[in-house]
Design a protein around this ligand. Structure first.
Ligand code: NAP
Length: 267
């Protein structure tokens, strides 16, 4: 571990077994945080935690389905028992849209996306506030992963944009509530453009299978052309923003939306 921007902090990451969550867990640890890596895929969470400890950091890897409130309560209590306090919560776990038009979208599919991408964040914010509100040594930072599709709309992702847009405003409501209550907790959202992760690879393959693109290379190029900077994002691009929001360098930021999108929404 080389740097100490996050020394003394304990970070809890959801969906930390892959993609943006895994890169963020590794970066948080590299900057000195103790990290609780959680995921629906417990083995993936354990593997990321093992990578952190192998590099000299402190981490544990646990199962957490973010839609399960009793599991949230248990994992937060275990975090307090293991590391003494919770200071950073990254609500990252999410699933891809079904890629249906609104007129074809099944209610059950709508509810599944909202359950993971919105209810999961609500539960994290709720139990994160409860765990952090009495912090004295280190103020709390809750970081909610939204998307550019929490700012602008798109087609074939109505469930996803509805959830991500709601995460953006839930974040502001939570920031105001914490400030009004004088809790030492900041709450901010981050809004990535398209990022090279397993979710994106699966999405590209599914778009090709459904005939929207002839092959994944073409699909990739089309997505790339949406980003003026000329490339898709990397998980580490997002992890750098997570480290900043987790650190005391962002002490005056709450209720903010940090966009990391290669210019996607600047157009
Ligand atoms: P990813 O590669 O699919 O990783 C997400 C992780 O979350 C996976 O390990 C997944 O486990 C886990 N997960 C899924 N459902 C869960 C649940 N109910 N409880 C706990 N964990 C669960 O996705 P990613 O691309 O890194 O995305 C991370 C976040 O960034 C998501 O909120 C996504 O919407 C957002 N985002 C992504 C992009 C992008 O282009 N990639 C852009 C903007 C925003 P399984 O693999 O077992 O399902």
């Amino acid at each position: 571990m080389t740097q100490g921007r996050l020394l003394g902090k304990t970070a809890f990451v959801t969906g930390g077994g892959a993609g943006i969550g895994a890169a963020s867990a590794l970066s948080l640890a590299a900057h000195g945080a103790r990290v609780v890596v959680t995921d629906l895929d417990a083995a993936a969470a354990v593997a990321v935690a093992a990578q952190i400890t192998a590099a000299g950091g402190q981490a544990v890897g646990w199962h957490l389905d973010v839609t399960d409130e009793s599991e949230w309560e248990a994992r937060i209590q275990e975090t307090l028992g293991t590391f003494g306090a919770l200071t950073v919560l990254l609500n990252n776990a999410g699933i891809a849209p079904t890629a249906d038009l609104i007129e074809d979208l099944k209610l059950s599919d709508w509810r599944r996306t909202l359950a993971v991408n919105l209810d999961g964040v609500f539960l994290g914010v709720k139990h994160g506030i409860r765990a952090m509100k009495a912090n004295t040594a280190s103020a709390g930072s809750i970081i909610n992963v939204s998307s550019v599709y929490g700012i602008v709309g798109t087609t074939r992702a109505p469930d996803y944009v509805a959830a991500k847009g709601a995460v953006r405003l839930l974040t502001k409501a939570a920031a105001l509530e914490c400030s009004q209550s004088r809790y030492p907790i900041r709450v901010n959202s981050i809004h990535p453009g398209f990022i090279e992760t397993p979710m994106l690879s699966a999405g590209l393959s599914s778009m090709v299978q459904r005939g929207f693109f002839p092959n994944t290379d073409t699909a990739h190029q089309v997505l790339q052309s949406l980003h003026p900077i000329g490339r898709l994002g990397l998980p580490t691009d997002v992890a750098a923003a997570v480290v900043y929001l987790a650190s005391d360098e962002s002490a005056f930021m709450t209720g903010s939306e940090l966009v990391i999108d290669g210019g996607y929404t600047a157009q």
